[in-house]
Design a protein around this ligand. Structure first.
Ligand SMILES: [Zn+2]
Length: 214
């Protein structure tokens, strides 16, 4: 089962057919590429919202990669992997939070050209993912939830594009920080939800070897 980036939907990869898994792999590759692009452009353009937005790409890529990897594993093993994933993306989120805090103390206007270019490419990537998943939207309940997650990503990608436009329009850094904080809060809320459900699953799932009775 896959917990997606925030909507709390699940994808059961074991139930998917080869064609559907292939789509999932492509969507995974696009998210990975978008993460690398956003993180590099965030560094180059000094944009916090790009960095915040890249967290979602990283989380989605990790989700799809792990779900493809653990097909057939026990519920307990899957829950442990989900817990590990949750902790990793939480650590990444804390690093982004630290970067935003530092930026608040050292304000800088991001280079909106490179920021806008990366944001637009990311939005295009989100659009391609949504388009790839659309044929499966009504056919398979698992991919329907991945489609819904992709649609949410489109809104988030749009917010980063708006941030870049506002930075260019006002010549100021505050729109970038505003969107960065908003995206980080959204991301932390969903990360906490994923971690909570993984933790409950780890505690509930039966161990591989039953404990000896009294
Ligand atoms: Zn997402």
């Amino acid at each position: 089962m896959v917990e997606c980036c925030g909507c709390g939907k699940v994808v059961d990869v074991a139930a998917l057919q080869a064609r559907q898994r292939r789509v999932l792999r492509i969507v995974l590759a696009i998210n990975l590429a978008a993460f690398a692009l956003m993180a590099a452009a965030a560094w180059h353009s000094h944009s916090s919202s790009l960095l915040s937005g890249s967290l979602d790409n990283l989380g989605d890529a990790a989700t799809y990669a792990l779900s493809l990897a653990v097909v057939g594993a026990s519920a307990r093993a899957k829950a442990r992997v989900a817990l590990l994933k949750g902790l990793l993306i939480l650590a990444a989120a804390l690093a982004v939070a630290a970067q935003i805090a530092w930026r608040l103390g050292h304000p800088q206007v991001p280079l909106f050209e490179s920021m806008g270019a990366a944001a637009a490419l990311n939005l295009a990537g989100n659009g391609v993912c949504l388009w790839l998943l659309t044929p499966f939207r009504s056919g398979d309940i698992n991919l329907a939830s991945a489609w819904e997650c992709s649609r949410n990503d489109l809104y988030e990608g749009g917010a980063v594009v708006l941030a870049a436009a506002a930075v260019g329009l006002f010549g100021a850094g505050w729109p970038d920080l505003l969107i960065a904080v908003a995206l980080l809060i959204l991301f932390l809320r969903s990360a906490a939800r994923v971690l909570g459900s993984a933790w409950r699953e780890v505690r509930r799932a039966p161990a591989a070897a039953p404990a000896p009775g009294p």
